[in-house]
Ligand binder design. Structure first.
Ligand SMILES: Nc1ncnc2c1ncn2[C@@H]1O[C@H](COP(=O)(O)OP(=O)(O)OP(=O)(O)O)[C@@H](O)[C@H]1O
Length: 335
């Protein structure tokens, strides 16, 4: 059993609750594990006590689940650096409120033992149809592809979520836009719903780089926080004088649109089985196109990807332009 810090408490009740977890005043039963990250496990949980009017005000009353199930992420923390990172993830996740961004419903951090050992518990709505990455992997094995309509609708929802972050004051970059960070919900006869998640790498987007050491520091940070196949060229090879902005995400968005279309990320595909340097392929913008579905995607979709995959960040569109463009394509192909 742990003690609470920061005025928050979560008690891991192995003795009395058969594995129940308390997050502040709410008690959850762990049903099964549904995911795993670097230092995190994600569980499907069910709330044991229904919401009562007497309960303290919930920060996100809008996110009360009908059947009491949620996703609970348990993060294992072993150093002050990891503790700071989780606190930052909690702070940033609490900033946004948008239907296409996964909301953080509640959280707690408990001290376990030792100097820096903690466990953090983060509570989210659960989406059991998996991530876009899970879905594209299944489709890859079945040689299936999303229809043009589904590609555009999934992509548009991701853009809407990202637009909320990029329009923030100050603008935030997600920094890890990729199919593995998009939850998909399928409802019969309706377009899939896409929800962008994992704000562990999100930070204020704009940075002035004015020296070699600042450039190297940014590259080092990116190597740890931004998934390599989706990482923008300026985060691999940053000039000593550069103005970095949220268009790092537009690069990742272009890679993700490609991956939604072809079930594979563009620069991993460009390298093929023979391998080679991912960094070189990205920095040189080496694109190759797989055989797509039959009937094939309209050429405008490929041009859309190319528009976002401009190696020069200043040439890349902003999210507002991307949304306008996807709306035009939706008007053309979905009407
Ligand atoms: N709300 C949710 N509903 C359903 N599944 C989820 C949810 N949140 C996370 N998952 C599952 O758990 C996995 C890990 O979650 P998450 O990406 O938040 O962890 P992470 O430690 O940040 O991972 P990474 O190391 O990839 O950054 C996801 O890929 C997904 O499969």
């Amino acid at each position: 059993m742990g003690c609470s810090i920061s005025g928050l408490n979560a008690l891991y009740e192995s003795a009395t609750g058969g594995g129940d977890v308390w997050i502040n005043e709410r008690r959850f039963r762990v049903l099964r594990q549904i995911g795993e990250g670097g230092f995190a496990f994600v569980y499907l949980v069910r709330e044991q006590q229904p919401a009562s009017d007497a309960a303290p005000a919930r920060r996100h009353a809008a996110h009360v689940s009908e059947d009491g199930t949620y996703a609970m992420k348990k993060v294992l923390i072993q150093s002050k650096e990891q503790l700071d990172l989780v606190r930052e993830e909690i702070r940033v996740s609490s900033l946004f409120n948008h239907p296409n961004l996964l909301p953080l419903i509640d959280h707690a951090i408990i001290a376990v033992k030792g100097d820096w050992s903690h466990e953090a518990y983060l509570l989210f709505p659960v989406h059991l149809d998996g991530t876009l990455f899970d879905n594209t992997n299944i489709m890859l094995s079945r040689k299936e592809f999303y229809s043009t309509a589904d590609v555009l609708q999934i992509f548009r929802q991701m853009c809407e979520g990202l637009k909320h972050m990029h329009s923030f004051d100050p603008p935030y970059a997600h920094n890890d836009v990729k199919p593995g960070n998009v939850l998909i919900t399928r409802r019969k006869g309706q377009a899939p719903v896409a929800t962008l998640m994992d704000f562990g790498s999100a930070r204020p987007a704009r940075k002035q780089i004015r020296s070699r050491s600042e450039a190297l520091q940014l590259q080092e940070w990116a190597a740890e926080h931004c998934s390599a196949p989706y990482r923008a060229p300026e985060l691999w090879d940053c000039p000593s004088h550069a103005d970095i902005d949220e268009r790092t995400d537009i690069w990742s968005l272009g890679c993700t649109l490609y991956a939604i279309m072809f079930n594979v990320s563009p620069f991993e595909y460009a390298l093929g089985e023979s391998g080679g340097s991912l960094q070189l392929a990205i920095v040189n913008g080496q694109l190759k196109w797989p055989a797509g579905p039959n009937p094939p995607y309209p050429d405008e979709l490929r041009q859309f990807v190319i528009w976002m995959l401009q190696p020069q960040p200043a040439m890349r569109p902003h999210i507002g332009d991307v949304v306008l463009h996807v709306d035009k394509l939706i008007a053309k192909y979905l009407s």
